[in-house]
Design a protein around this ligand. Structure first.
Ligand code: GLN
Length: 526
């Protein structure tokens, strides 16, 4: 079908998106590295309160891409959404900087922090799905370089993610609470650099192969065409009835999820006691938003099937990130308490392990990008669902590897760093088979007029996964505490890691078995 000759390299626009995303992720991960420490060491919040704020923040930051995707697809287009997202995030980082300047006046510092976080959450929602969609728009519909392009883009994510904690940690985490502000200021400056580069170069480089500008606001038409058009993102009129139904059902689901069922047996417990409201909002969105999108009257059968594929894979991806994100939770406890971190006379801080995946992504991404390109040229590239099941399989193997390392280990005994390092290395191979390929797949399967919103749905699975990751991490074995997950007894580290082997292994197998059917549902979109 594709007779046009496909160039070997990549368009310059990809590198503009790479640099913009790199600075944005620098800003995001730099702030994130300091955030918990800032709350506990400068604002003197207790660990529980700080963890709650942290959990809500990381959950919400991946929920708002739905909003940003919607605004972009219907009104603003990618470019404007990215620029506004970047500006709002820079303001958010500035507010955190101000909060840290006045950290001794808690009544001022806390509200500044909360408003700053709100700005980061909104800004990320506008930025993240839109920059991801733009990567795909640089290529023609039949171009097979997309997986490789998204892999290069993902490397940009991780260059930012790797450098940020090191730099912001150096200037902000000095042991003196008054220095946190320099970390937040760095994040703010990083975001501004990204925004400026994007603003200055976007008109020149963000174009289709034919030279038409991409990421412009949508075109409204009464009759909807189904084909993708370079510039013809056609939006349908808003149906207030459908929006009304979606809002009412969301509210009902939120209330349903929020009910504390214990209260029926025990009158001293309130009906909505101890509710994790943010969790319930996320879970309600996970159900309502996908249904809202797939029932849009403008969609054809083929488009609905393709969107169905996105949903099915996004569901499996929840298990991937929930297991992968143990990096910031249970695996950091493991690094801290049960891993021998001595290198010569120097003991490596446990937190450094969190830079490993980013480092491995940077090292392995070019290899993966070349590999996909090579297979693409040979017409031997596996379909996305196969790559994603491979991603889940790697995740399972990573946990299997570490499970061997801790088998029969007495509490308090430390194991070699090889185990955790090996786990992260294997997980990174999984991440590269799943995450950039997922972005590419979402782009390829989405009708243009819904592409950013569906990217938001893709990130919604990360939002739900972050919540699930917190729950799973709480099964980390503790001496003298009996823990059981759905009837599975977690008595020691071996059992704990095996839980993830099973979870991701079973998900990998099911996804692999479904891949033939999913490929058919894609109907030539790959
Ligand atoms: N490391 C990725 C990023 O920050 C993770 C994205 C995701 O979907 N979980 O972009």
């Amino acid at each position: 079908m594709n007779k046009e000759k496909q160039p070997k390299g990549h368009p310059k626009g990809l590198y503009l998106l790479f640099v913009t995303e790199m600075w944005e992720r620098f800003s995001y991960y730099g702030m994130r590295a300091l955030f918990m420490l800032y709350m506990t060491q400068a604002l003197l919040l207790n660990k529980e309160a700080a963890s709650e704020i942290y959990g809500s923040y990381t959950g919400l930051v991946y929920l708002t891409p739905l909003l940003g995707g919607y605004i972009s697809d219907r009104y603003w287009g990618n470019r404007r959404s990215i620029v506004w997202g970047a500006v709002v995030m820079a303001i958010g980082q500035l507010l955190l900087f101000l909060s840290a300047c006045y950290y001794q006046q808690v009544t001022l510092a806390q509200p500044l922090m909360i408003i700053g976080l709100g700005a980061l959450i909104l800004g990320n929602g506008l930025f993240k799905p839109n920059i991801s969609t733009m990567v795909g728009s640089l290529y023609s519909e039949t171009d097979t370089r997309k997986d490789s392009a998204f892999t290069i883009f993902y490397m940009g994510v991780n260059v930012g993610a790797m450098i940020a904690p090191l730099w912001c940690g150096l200037v902000g985490n000095t042991g003196h609470p008054e220095d946190f502000k320099w970390g937040f200021l760095s994040s703010c400056i990083g975001m501004l650099i990204g925004a400026t580069v994007f603003q200055l170069l976007k008109s020149k480089y963000l174009r289709t192969p034919e030279g038409a500008p991409i990421g412009m606001p949508p075109v409204f038409e009464n009759s909807v065409k189904n084909e993708k058009k370079a510039e013809g993102t056609v939006a349908t009129p808003v149906s207030y009835l459908r929006i009304g139904i979606a809002v009412v059902s969301s509210i009902m689901l939120i209330l349903l999820f929020a009910i504390n069922w214990e209260s029926f047996n025990n009158p001293s417990i309130g009906l909505f006691e101890d509710v994790d409201w943010i969790g319930t909002v996320i879970y309600a969105c996970v159900i309502v938003v996908p249904i809202f999108i797939i029932t849009d009257p403008s969609l054809t059968r083929i488009e609905q099937k393709r969107i169905g594929v996105i949903y099915i894979i996004a569901f499996f991806v929840i298990f991937f990130w929930a297991a992968y994100e143990q990096a910031g939770a249970s695996l950091t406890f493991f690094a801290d308490e049960q891993t021998n971190r001595m290198i010569g006379n120097w003991e490596m801080p446990a937190a450094y392990f969190q830079s490993f995946p980013a480092l491995f992504v940077i090292l392995l991404a070019p290899v993966f990008a070349m590999f996909w390109s090579y297979l693409g040229r040979k017409k031997m590239e596996p379909a996305s669902p196969v790559k994603q099941s491979l991603g889940l399989l790697f995740l399972s193997l990573g946990y299997l590897f570490i499970a061997f390392g801790v088998r029969g280990l007495e509490p308090g005994v430390k194991v070699s760093m090889i185990w955790l390092t090996g786990l992260y290395f294997i997980h990174t191979m999984g991440e590269l088979s799943l995450a950039p390929i997922g972005l590419s797949m979402v782009y390829k399967l989405s009708p243009v007029r819904f592409s950013s919103l569906l990217m938001g749905v893709w990130y919604l699975s990360t939002s739900a996964a972050n919540k699930l990751a917190g729950l799973l991490s709480s099964y980390y074995p503790e001496e003298g505490v009996a823990k059981s997950f759905l009837g599975y007894q977690v008595e020691n580290l071996f059992d704990f890691f095996l839980l993830f082997v099973f979870m991701s292994g079973i998900a990998a197998i099911i996804l692999f078995l479904l891949s033939g059917k999913l490929k058919k549902m894609m109907e030539g979109a790959e």
